[in-house]
Design a protein around this ligand. Structure first.
Ligand code: HEM
Length: 142
């Protein structure tokens, strides 16, 4: 069996496309996250969406299609704050719940939450400060 073709997965590539497309529609419409993405991806979003299809295919179908380094990419994103992760996850969960039955939705939600936690640690953890950091909730301004 090729590593590109998992035999056991209740998640299809079509599911992944639908999820990524639905989620990025929400991201673009979001008053806080939208501008951060627009700044980082000023032109055609096609290449970014293709990366995200490959990323989620690797994560939930173990296809090995994604070869990037999310920590390095996120380190360069202007305006990325730790308190925004809950907002990101909230939109992601909405997309999962809109599109999928509970079993599939849960697979995506759990993976996203874990990866978000490890990204936060990689980007923001400081040994000399408390974790999780207090007063960082910029996800719900006003
Ligand atoms: C507040 C939270 C987040 C923000 C604002 C954010 C923003 C972004 C932006 C703007 C990019 C495009 C960067 C570029 O192409 O220059 C990006 C890429 C990416 N993000 Fe996030 N992100 C967040 C959280 C997450 C989480 C939780 C995950 C995974 C569950 C994730 C996975 C990815 C991946 C895989 C890429 C592509 C990296 C690559 O090009 O190889 N992000 N993110």
């Amino acid at each position: 069996m090729s590593s590109q073709e998992p035999t056991h997965s209740i998640v299809s590539e079509e599911d992944i496309r639908a999820l990524v497309d639905n989620f990025y529609d929400k991201i673009r419409a979001d008053a806080v996250l939208g501008p951060i993405f627009e700044r980082a991806i000023p032109g055609d979003w096609g290449p970014h969406l293709n990366i995200m299809y490959a990323f989620w295919s690797s994560v939930v179908r173990t296809t090995g299609r994604y070869k990037g380094n999310p920590v390095a990419v996120h380190q360069r994103i202007e305006g990325l704050e730790i308190g925004l992760f809950d907002r990101w996850l909230g939109l992601f969960r909405q997309s999962c719940d809109e599109l999928f039955e509970e079993d599939v939705a849960q697979i995506f939600r759990e993976k996203a939450a874990r990866i978000a936690e490890s990204l936060k640690l990689a980007l923001f953890y400081r040994p000399d400060r408390p974790w999780p950091p207090a007063d960082t909730d910029v996800a719900h301004p006003g």
